[in-house]
Design a binder for this molecule. Sequence first.
Ligand SMILES: Nc1ncnc2c1ncn2[C@@H]1O[C@H](COP(=O)(O)OP(=O)(O)OP(=O)(O)O)[C@@H](O)[C@H]1O
Length: 617
Amino acid sequence: MSLSTKQSAQSGGQQSGRRFVYQDDELLDKGFDWHQVKRLGHYLKPYSKQILPVIGIMMVVGALTKLLNPLLIAYAIDHVLREGGSHYGDMTLLAQCVAAMLALYVIQWAANNYRIRFTNKIGQKVIYDLRHDLFRNIQSLSFRFFDKRPAGSILVRITNYVNSLQELFTNGVVNLMIDCVQLFGIVFILLFYNVKLGTAIIVTVPIMFLVSTKLRVMIRRSWQVVQTNQSRINAHLNECIQGIKVTQAFTQEKENMAFFEQMNTDNYKAWNRAASLNQAFHPIIEVTGAIGYCILFWFGAYLIQQQEITVGLLVAFATYIGHFWEPINRLGQMYSQMLIAMASSERIFEFIDERPSVAEAANAKILPTVQGNIELSQVEFEYEPGRPALKGINLNVKAGQSIALVGHTGSGKSTIINLLCRFYDISNGTITIDGHNVRDVSISSLRSQIGIVLQDTFIFSGTIRENIRFGRLDATDEEVEFTAKAVRAHDFIMQLPQGYDTEVQERGSMLSMGQRQLISFARALLADPRILILDEATASIDTETELKIQEALKTLLAGRTSFIIAHRLSTIRGADKIVVLEHGVIKEQGTHEELMREMGIYHGLIQAQYRFLREVG
Ligand SMILES: Nc1ncnc2c1ncn2[C@@H]1O[C@H](COP(=O)(O)OP(=O)(O)OP(=O)(O)O)[C@@H](O)[C@H]1O
């Protein structure tokens, strides 16, 4: 994190006094990096055959118009308009010169039009390819990757950073080449027609370039501060809207408002600073350009007196330097754009190069349809070095058995499930399913045989039908409805305005917790996995829904090996085996009756639950 970001994050924290601290994405500040240029160039490679002819055409057209027009003007002044010129007063020749100039402008306009259309198309294709690579790789990454990064920062890379490359690829690259060629062409002509005057003008170029580049970099940085402020405002808005119910319930509106006001003021100040710098840019560049003109006219007039050049040539030179500043100015802009592109692409490639921490073996086999016998042997695991989450886990599960995982919060229940699905790889020991080591089989063949119903049921935007069909995309409408009936979801679905075709809002906010659970049961049942993992919801639901869920569970679990992170007494009691975890170690395992007789941790947990229910009751 850069110093300024640290400061801004800290100031964000101080403003609130307590609550809101948003981690800003790092400021994009990078030097020029050839490695990144090469990698970006790689994305242009497939289109190089199309780009090169365009650059060729533009160079010819640019040379014709930018380089020939001033010479035509010089010719007209020296030969037709100047007293004593070889064709003095020949109006036909003058008209021909003007017609030729006009024709050159028309050619330039047509070519520009073509270039813009073409570069837009190529630019969009490159951006398409980049987004494609980025999204494909992010989807394949393991949980460890997402554990470390907030969703916002991933989003920024896919949207903002890729967008910031858009301008570079749409116009930048082609313009850069054309500008360079035109600059060399002009320099050549200036030196060819008069070395002394040409050199005097060219000397001003580095000054102009430096001033323009320096200013652009300052402007870019100040806009980045604006951007950072705006993303912080967005993060705050997002959090406030998502948490509006809690805010209103705890009457924290004033606190939110004060924090927002502070951020809004910061943003206002940053924007003003950036806008003032922006406004200063053109006058400063114009003053620098004017110095060039002064040198030209002062030194040019001296050379005319010495009869080294003609008036026409001086006018032509003046036109050339007009054409000169334009590409130099653009090159300055391009340089600033390149710096942003360097930083953006570095972040983008970081994600594209990231490999899943859970890697598939090169010779991974397809896991055949399993019975569901599972064995964990001496399993050890840690999320972070030195903090073991599971230690020496031994567990034998027969096909069709249901296992209830119980234990205090943080004891390692979810971790066992994460390892079974290979969301993480174990540090030591083995996990086998029907004798196949999970590390030796392909990840998709493993996960496709495991169904997961999480406590925080994820409902995607779309219809109820589509949400259930997520379990098996080729399921027919009849199969979808059949499974919904089996898990007792059909009745409430039919009461919705459009039944199965009702659009659920984002994350199923129009559905109750219990209804969302039933939909996720239907989804899991449709997938018909041999192994089922269920994280039971802890939220209390009404007795009728509770009964429905219990019945649905019976249908769902029948004949499958299941692991349930169990909270309800009824589920725990009904399990074939109860596994009690504490600090990542299995402390007890057995049936309800066996464990109650042991009078150990399980007995304590159940007694506590009974006491709680009695008190609540
Ligand atoms: N992604 C993670 N990164 C780092 N540590 C983690 C991560 N997930 C869990 N842990 C840690 O691993 C330990 C076991 O966590 P786990 O989620 O398995 O507990 P749990 O028994 O399922 O708890 P709960 O009942 O609260 O869901 C805890 O100490 C937890 O802090």
